[in-house]
Design a protein. Structure first.
Length: 177
């Protein structure tokens, strides 16, 4: 950040290469749409670059600051969608291969992602950051601007909701290893 603030354009490329992919992953998981997630990621990166001259590395890590911006932008977009009926989204096309094991693995992943998508926004964000993006609980707390205890509570409630949702489909999905 300091190098970019001094005008080093290669620092912008390094920041983008280091952080944009994971920011896009979080945005895609939260929004479920690649194009919209790309817009959010681009906006978050622009905000990061605008912040560079005033950046205080003692106060926050670039990654946690960027995750916070991405998650806030996603939540704003999700709130804007609330007026749309859920049926308007439709079902994704099933492009499963013919191999049984691969099919079962894909069904499990699909069920898991669908169950995650049905979680309340804050639980979904906590589960995504912790288990998909592999941030630590303290890092998730910083991103979500809450306490570690609150993150642990969100994760526990999200885990219970996921187990309940997937438990009802245990016979369809087969025993999980």
């Amino acid at each position: 950040m300091a190098a970019f603030a001094r005008g080093d354009q290669s620092a912008a490329r390094a920041l983008t290469e280091r952080h944009a992919g994971r920011a896009l992953s979080v945005a895609t998981r939260m929004l479920g749409e690649t194009m919209e997630a790309q817009d959010v990621t681009q906006e978050a990166m622009l905000r990061l670059f605008r912040k560079a001259p005033d950046w205080d590395g003692e106060r926050a890590q670039v990654s946690t600051w960027l995750y916070r911006v991405v998650s806030n932008l996603c939540i704003d977009r999700l709130r804007g969608r609330r007026s749309e009926p859920l049926d308007a989204a439709g079902e994704p096309e099933d492009e499963t291969p013919s191999v049984d094991a691969r099919l079962q693995q894909m069904d499990r992943a699909k069920a898991l992602h669908a169950a995650i998508d049905r979680l309340p926004d804050r639980q979904r964000l906590a589960v995504t950051l912790r288990h998909i993006e592999e941030l630590s609980n303290p890092e998730v707390a910083v991103v979500m601007e809450t306490s570690v205890d609150a993150v642990e509570s969100l994760l526990a409630r999200g885990g219970r909701a996921l187990r309940a949702a997937l438990g009802r489909r245990r016979d369809d999905l087969g025993a999980m290893e």
